[in-house]
Design a protein. Structure first.
Length: 211
């Protein structure tokens, strides 16, 4: 009898995977096309998984869990263990320590960057996208084409990354920065701004280059 109940529980868990996958994707605003690109699984297969027409397998669920940056047991409905910590794996890119903060695929990605003192020699480059930077601590040097700017803690800048640009430290202290980056040129939409008498966190160092 116990074996029958166990099999029934497994079958029930499998039938719940599809709706759980769809809910997770839609809550995060991720399209089937974006998830397909992130996982390498075709849109039709993803759609059939969500509708229950395709039986979930480890080969399909692993890349989906990785793309959403969630544990595999969250996709199959295992009980939570009560650990609220988010485990972030830092990366080292061009001398800076970069911590990805976004836990799902999508048009906008968020990062925290710690830029060392040694990254102070400008080397301008261009690429597709749009970037928003917010200085947490230290002083950031930002070069946009012919503009050479210094941003302090609490100041921000946004710019089209097709414009020749570079950012780093002044050579005196490390800099901590929050970055939002849209690969296809997606921009940050600000719904509210500080009152005129307050600290101009978003408006004080906005640097946008028009083509």
């Amino acid at each position: 009898m116990g074996g029958v109940e166990h099999s029934s529980a497994i079958a029930r868990a499998l039938t719940e995977v599809g709706p759980r996958l769809k809910k997770l994707r839609t809550e995060r605003g991720v399209t089937l096309a974006a998830l397909s690109e992130a996982t390498g699984i075709s849109k039709s297969t993803l759609s059939r998984l969500e509708s229950g027409q395709r039986r979930p397998s480890l080969e399909l669920l692993l890349p989906i869990a990785q793309a959403h940056q969630v544990p595999l047991d969250e996709l199959v409905g295992a009980p939570e263990v009560g650990d609220p910590r988010v485990r972030i794996t830092p990366q080292r890119i061009n001398g800076a320590v970069v911590l990805p903060l976004t836990r799902h695929p999508g048009p906008l990605q968020a990062f925290k960057m710690v830029i060392p003192t040694s990254r102070s020699t400008p080397e301008l480059f261009t690429h597709e996208g749009y970037e928003w930077l917010y200085v947490l601590s230290g002083q950031l040097r930002l070069i946009l084409a012919e503009h050479d700017l210094l941003l302090g803690a609490g100041e921000a800048a946004e710019f089209d990354t097709r414009v020749p640009h570079w950012f780093g430290s002044t050579g005196e202290h490390p800099v901590e920065v929050l970055s939002l980056f849209g690969r296809q040129g997606e921009r940050v939409h600000v719904r509210a701004r500080p009152a005129s008498g307050g600290r101009k966190a978003l408006e004080s160092a906005t640097a946008e280059q028009q083509e």
